[in-house]
Design a protein around this ligand. Structure first.
Ligand code: F6P
Length: 319
C-alpha cells in the first residue's frame, strides 16, 4: 500500500474536516501518499484528486463543512459512472480509499470494494441513522445546535405564552428530535418511529396550560410530519396561539463539538489502520465506547436500535 485517497460524500456533517485531517496526517505518518478527491463520487468520475500534505489540513479541525466539498452523484449510481470511477482509481494507482459519509455513501463504497478496491467507510451524518455504530460524526453537534435553538425559542415562547412547533432534520428517522427533545425538555416529540396521535399531543399541551405552564415546545422530526401541518392542527383543536420554527440546514453547519472532533480523529485514524492491514469493505464504528471495524455487509443487514427508554423518559419528564 503506497497511495490512498479520501473523499467526503452526501450531506455534510460537522466534524468531517477533523476526519479528513486525521486520515491525511495518519497516512503521512505511515509514509503513504494521500490524495483528496473533491466533490465525493462525482470527483472520482471527473478525476478531481489533489495531493494532500501536512499543511493541507492545517486550521480545519474546528471548522464545519468539508474542505473537499461534497455532492450527491446520480452518475455514480449508473454502471457507466462506476466504471469511470474505477478507471480513474486504476490510472492513478490509488490502492485504498476512505469514504466519509452516510449510508448512501457506504453503498457507493461497497460498489468500489466489490470492484476490487480497498474501500473503508467513516460514518458522518447528522441523522445518526447508520446501524452498528452508536454515534456518527456530526450528530452530537447537530443535537447541540437544536438544543440551543430550543433554548432560544423557549425565551420568546415564555414571554408571549405561546406554543412553538419546531421542525428538525433526520430524514426518515427521529434520532436528532429524540436527543434534542430530551435535552431541551420538549413537551411532545413527534418522530417517525412512533405513530403519533394529535389528540394526545393536544391533551399534553392543555394539561400544561392548566397547571400554569407559560409555553410549550413540540419537536417534530421532518420524516414524521410537517411542522406547519402540526401547528394548524394544534390551533384548530386547542385554539392556542402557535408559531412554527423550521431549523433546516443550520443544523448541518457550525463548529463541531469536542465530542465530534475526538470521534472523527479516532475514526479517521482507524480507517487508515484498516487500509494498512489490507482490510476493505469495512466501516469504522463506535460501539459501546470502543472504535471497531464492522463489515459493510453486517451493517447493511442490520437496523439501527431505537431507544424506547429515552422516548418514554422524555414523555415522563415533560408531564
Ligand atoms: O442526511 C442529512 C440531511 O441533512 C437530512 O437530515 C436531510 O433530510 C437531508 O440531508 C437534506 O438534504 P439536502 O441538503 O440535499 O437538501
Amino acid at each position: 500500500m503506497k497511495k490512498i485517497a479520501v473523499l467526503t460524500s452526501g450531506g455534510d456533517a460537522p466534524g468531517m474536516n477533523a476526519a479528513i485531517r486525521a486520515v491525511v496526517r495518519k497516512s503521512i505518518y505511515h509514509g503513504l501518499e494521500i490524495y483528496g478527491v473533491r466533490r465525493g463520487f462525482a470527483g472520482l468520475i471527473n478525476r478531481e484528486a489533489i495531493p494532500m500534505q501536512l499543511g493541507s489540513v492545517a486550521d480545519i479541525v474546528h471548522r464545519g463543512g468539508t474542505i473537499l466539498h461534497t455532492a450527491r452523484s446520480p452518475e455514480f449510481l449508473t454502471s457507466e459512472g462506476q466504471e469511470k470511477a474505477v478507471r480513474f482509481l486504476k490510472d492513478e494507482k490509488i490502492e485504498g480509499l476512505v469514504i466519509i459519509g452516510g449510508d448512501g455513501s457506504f453503498k457507493g463504497a461497497k460498489v468500489l470494494g466489490d470492484a476490487g478496491f480497498l474501500a473503508v467507510g467513516v460514518p458522518a451524518t447528522i441523522d445518526n441513522d447508520i446501524p452498528c455504530t452508536d454515534f456518527c460524526i456530526g450528530f452530537d453537534t447537530a443535537v447541540n445546535t437544536v438544543t440551543d435553538a430550543i433554548n432560544k425559542v423557549r425565551d420568546t415562547a415564555t414571554s408571549h405564552e405561546r406554543t412553538y412547533v419546531i421542525e428538525v432534520m433526520g430524514r426518515n428517522t427521529g434520532y436528532i428530535a429524540l436527543a434534542a427533545g430530551l435535552a431541551g425538555g420538549a413537551e411532545s416529540i413527534i418522530i417517525p418511529e412512533v405513530p403519533f396521535d394529535m389528540a394526545e399531543v393536544c391533551r399534553r399541551l392543555m394539561r400544561g396550560v392548566q397547571r400554569g405552564k407559560l409555553h410549550s415546545i413540540i419537536l417534530v422530526a421532518e420524516g414524521a410530519a410537517s411542522a406547519m401541518h402540526v401547528a394548524d392542527e394544534i390551533k384548530r383543536l386547542t385554539q392556542q396561539e402557535v408559531r412554527v420554527a423550521i431549523l433546516g440546514h443550520l443544523q448541518r453547519g457550525g463548529t463541531p463539538t469536542a465530542f465530534d472532533r475526538i470521534l472523527a480523529s479516532r475514526m479517521g485514524a482507524k480507517a487508515v489502520d484498516l487500509l494498512l492491514e489490507g482490510k476493505g469493505n469495512y466501516f469504522v464504528g463506535y460501539f459501546k465506547g470502543e472504535i471497531k471495524a464492522i463489515p459493510f455487509n453486517e451493517m447493511f443487514a442490520s437496523s439501527k436500535e431505537f431507544s424506547w427508554s429515552d422516548y418514554q423518559l422524555a414523555g415522563i419528564l415533560a408531564i
